[in-house]
Design a protein around this ligand. Structure first.
Ligand code: PHB
Length: 393
């Protein structure tokens, strides 16, 4: 058994854990980051790709990712499609803000490279089993490395940035699952294909056959999603069936087709942990909350948590001031519930529930018309999508 000491022990080398270690290091606070996955797994798992303007700002200004500005693509709006017509939501015109298309795994490559360059103690293949908080002033991460060797990391503060299956959650909420929770009766079937972009901006399409999202990855690779049954076997549809289905769902727009080289099914859930902090342990990112992907909020929300927790940890560890830490959960939850509402709203407005009646369908089209025909409606969507200011959490 090895025992190590650090100031902040961080479980999870996702965007939240890595950015937090980066910001702490800039203030001279040392941390250890562990993750059960290999570096290769982290850098190659396909995740979402939309970054709010505030996320881009913190990644670039802190030096965590400089590529986000050179290799990412600014998007000034999206298209909402329904009833055979497209309606542009002009983010820049409505809010003065844009979002950036930059795949999460690219941001992770940048973060990992930056942290290693700065000498971060970052350990892959190390799996935390639990947090021992028997001494509340000195929580200990109990973990095992890839060879099964037990490892204890004693810290002044422990952060659970360990995703939706968080083991840190138990130390904060008393249970691994405890939280506010909602499931949805559908999922997304996601594909990556080799083709040029089918449209300049993302298309969110509500169709009688179900929702489709036409997203992008690069000039030659595109990401698209189809609403599907959560139990769908991704290998059960032929490429032809997928393209016919996607084409029918963007009624009035023709997609450029190409070979499909990756398929996956993404389940939908909304979750907020009952508590975000207990004593010297706090949760950030998916460990604290999960949103359905329709509003592209997941990674952005994780980064917003980190900005708040970083401020609180600087006050605590540099000045012994606990006030910001005492406010962390309330401040983070304010934004989290706004994002929960937005993600749920976009999901319910754009998807067709399996038990939807004709009334539901017509009401949904009424709602979409209300949003696109009114400047206030379009602005409401644009403000939420591009992200609320971080100073207001
Ligand atoms: C993606 O490109 O993967 C993506 C984009 C927007 C979303 C969700 C996922 O709302």
């Amino acid at each position: 058994m090895t025992e190590t000491r650090t100031r902040v022990g961080i479980i999870g080398a996702g965007p939240a854990g890595l950015l937090l270690s980066h910001l702490l290091a800039q203030a001279g606070i040392e941390s250890i980051v562990i993750d059960s996955r290999t570096r290769d797994e982290i850098e190659h798992t396909i995740r979402a790709g939309i970054l709010e303007h505030g996320t881009v700002r913190v990644l670039s200004e802190s030096g965590a990712s400089t590529r986000v500005l050179t290799d990412g693509h600014r998007h000034d709006g999206i298209e909402l499609r329904f009833a055979g017509e497209g309606h542009r939501i002009d983010f820049r015109g409505l809010t003065g803000r844009s979002v950036w298309l930059y795949p999460q795994h690219e941001a992770l490559k940048d973060l990992i490279a930056t942290r290693l360059e700065h000498g971060q103690d970052l350990r892959f293949g190390v799996t935390a089993s639990h947090i021992d908080d028997s001494d509340p002033a000195r929580p200990v991460i109990v973990a095992a490395d890839a060879d099964g060797q037990r490892l204890e990391i004693a810290a002044e503060f422990v952060v659970g940035a360990d995703g939706s299956h968080s083991v840190a959650r138990a130390a904060v909420t008393g249970s691994q699952t405890g939280g506010y929770f909602r499931e949805y009766p559908f999922a997304w079937f996601g594909i990556l294909c080799e083709a040029p972009p089918s449209a300049p901006e993302l298309i969110y399409s509500n169709s009688p056959n179900g929702f489709a999202l036409i997203s992008q990855r690069s000039a030659t690779v595109q990401r698209m999603y189809l609403q599907c049954d959560p139990e769908l076997d991704p290998s059960s549809m032929s490429d032809r069936q997928i393209w016919d289905d996607l084409q029918s769902r963007v009624d009035g727009h023709t997609l450029i087709e190409g070979p499909i080289f990756q398929r996956d099914v993404l389940r939908f859930r909304s979750f907020v942990a009952h508590e975000l902090r207990k004593g010297r342990v706090a949760l950030v990112g998916d460990a604290a909350h999960t949103v359905p992907p329709t509003g592209a909020k997941g990674m952005n929300l994780a980064i917003a948590d980190v900005l708040l927790l970083n401020e609180a940890l600087l006050a605590l560890l540099l000045e012994g001031d606990e006030r910001a830490l005492d406010q962390y959960a309330d401040a983070a939850l304010r934004r989290i519930w706004k994002a929960q509402h937005f993600s749920w709203w976009m999901t319910s407005m754009l998807h067709v529930a399996p038990d939807a009646t004709d009334f539901d369908r017509r009401r949904q089209l009424g709602e979409l018309n209300m949003v696109v025909e009114s400047e206030a409606g379009r602005r409401y969507l644009a403000e939420a999508y591009t992200g609320w200011p971080t100073d207001k959490a």
